[in-house]
Design a protein around this ligand. Sequence first.
Ligand SMILES: [Zn+2]
Length: 325
Amino acid sequence: MAQHFLLSAKARTLSLAAIMRMSDDEAHARFRAIRWADNGGDPFCPRCGSLTIYTYAARRIFKCRDCQHQFSVTSGTIFASRKLPIRDYLAAIAIFVNAVKGISALQLGRDLDVQYRTAFVLAHKLREAVGAVQMQGQLSGEVEVDGAYFGGHSKPENVKADRKDRRLVDEQTGKRQVVVVARERGGRTLPFIVQKEAQGVPLVRSVILPGSVVHADEASSWEALHAHYDVRRINHSVAYSVDGVSTNQAESFFSRLRRAELGQHHHISGKYLAFYAREMAWREDRRRQPNGDLHAAMTGAALAHPVSRAWAGYWQMTQRLSSKV
Ligand SMILES: [Zn+2]
């Protein structure tokens, strides 16, 4: 029997122990090599692009000779105004990529020995960075589309006579949302968050190139796609796959997101669902890449991503808002 990829030696090219043994200089050099990979690891000015940069022996700071701009290896990135040593961010990313079903902020905080809120914001910054990479580009060839409900679970009443139709209740609270996904076979997975599956039609149309073959189930929402693509329908009440027509790869993505929701996060707040969906899509598409490659890819995404508007100063902001109430 073929060995599962994650059990093979090829899947393990990253060592958390080796990261934790890194000196500050080694960790800094690693960030430099990844951030400025296009320039052989040598810094260039983030403001004017100049390659003439002063370095200082005593401080890890750079200065542009042309525009005088001073910068560090993390300024202008998602790690700007960082609080932790660089080695800790490398370790956080290692823990994060090794968690194939995602990782809760509580667990990440314990592993790193940092406060819950530090881990919460850090994990969301990583999700934002890889999510931005994930959502680039369009799909072609054979593309599967599907939708599934996530979030907004209400507890059933103890006594059966008191129980209501929970699907109805969850829908009424507005917390229950639909993740619509377009997944290219052998390609990428692009998720969208909507209230009703039909609202996903223009979104999947915006990413699936004309000329593609689209696979969808029998749900009436997808009728609207027939005018634009060669659409193959599979009736799930009859079979999951007939003559190569299926949405099984879309379902695989949903099951990974479902396992993350139920097994790690327990509850995903509606406003963050898009971040989790993109993170799980990123993981799903890279499930057969060695973890060392994933670590480099996630670090690269974080160092190429601008300061987060959503997460920079997140806790200060929420404290200010809550103190006004
Ligand atoms: Zn400059």
